[in-house]
Design a protein around this ligand. Sequence first.
Ligand code: ARG
Length: 460
Amino acid sequence: MKKNPSRNVHFSKGPSEILDAINTSIDIDQRLYKEDITGSIAHARMLGKQKIINKKEQSAIVSGLKAIERDIEKNKVVFSKKLEDIHMNIESLLFKKIGKVAGKLHTARSRNDQVVTDLKLWVKKESKILDSELKKFQRTLINIATKNTETIMPGYTHLQIAQPITLAHHVLAYVEMIGRDRTRLEDCLYRLNENPLGAAALAGTSFPIDRKYTSKELGFREPTKNAMDTVSDRDFVIEFLFVLSLIAVHLSKIAEEIVLWSNQQFDFINLPDDLSTGSSIMPQKKNPDGAELVRGKTSIIISNLSTMLNIIKGLPLSYSKDLQDDKQITFNSYDNVYLCIKVINEILSKSTFNKTRMKELIDNSNATATDLANWLVQKLRYSFRDAYIVTGKIVSYCSKQNRNIDSLSLDELKKFDKNITADAKKVLSATNSVKSKLSFGGTAPEITKKMIKLVIKKYL
Ligand code: ARG
């Protein structure tokens, strides 16, 4: 049986099986092996530089750690549950590699500062990957926008057809959301970027360590300022989980639109066969499972954020073992978000849009009624409320006649207001309606083309 170096010699008995069962975290935190080794190498170099260990000891430890990393990468290592976590496992592997001198590595540090350092390094590394996935997704959305600056579709509020918009305008909304997600991630990384190593257990250390040196070695901006806060601080985990949650929420909104748009009653989008499933009993069905699962996984991701807040809220300073569960929550949210981005990205890049259907729907929905009201205000100087009353009457006439406002003749329009001229007829077409929305951020093709240039410059 492997001996756990953290298990105190002064205990009369080793831990019970049941304590081991709840205490072990190696199945989860082995994912931090690289960060743990990187942190230990920086620590050993600092100990050497500060003459806390000698140069020979330093180089034995550093090369031992590098060899362990290679062994792990070649799948030569079997981690032991008895050794609790990744830190104890690597320390024990180091003993096997270089002998007794391995015992010097844990001078002037504790697993408490070690584990936060590892997790921060991991979040930094994975955030880069996450950001590049988000960027790829923005590229997909921008590609759809570029091809569809003139594609007219219904724009909704309350899920009721509101006004004509373009598909480009619609997907550019998501480019903005993902853009904010990316800057949110950057903000979170800025606050996270302080080095925990050297806080030791909670009080700092009596050894003459150099925390600025390890900060530089590990790529942190500066050392953390209070050892107690350092070992108990998981704000960065919570912020990261929040960033992930909001990304998931945005993806879930898109997922919901994919579900709606692929439904026969909307029929806006044709899902790729390889990203849909059939029904085992209803041969006509094509189910948007991928999008539905993204919508579902979002609940898990949101719950993880709430779980982490709950873990923290009752903890006295400083470290408590409750904190150990931060990793499985973080990994779970990260893995789920990563997968969700990939799924939505693939669905959208492979789907085709049913432009005829979108146009047909908008052309039969009186969606340009507001444009007529605006015409009455702009050309006849009516107050908007008066214009609204005239237009309202026209819309109710259309509904009774089962016709679209665009199909009314000038004479018919004049029955509602004799001042209406032929010029008003122009604003009733969806195409002209869209073209007229020239305000900054509006749906006019002229504007969205400019916005596409802008977002390409900003995000890609
Ligand atoms: N595996 C532990 C964790 O993830 C490492 C820190 C252990 N510290 C301690 N004082 N037992 O939090």
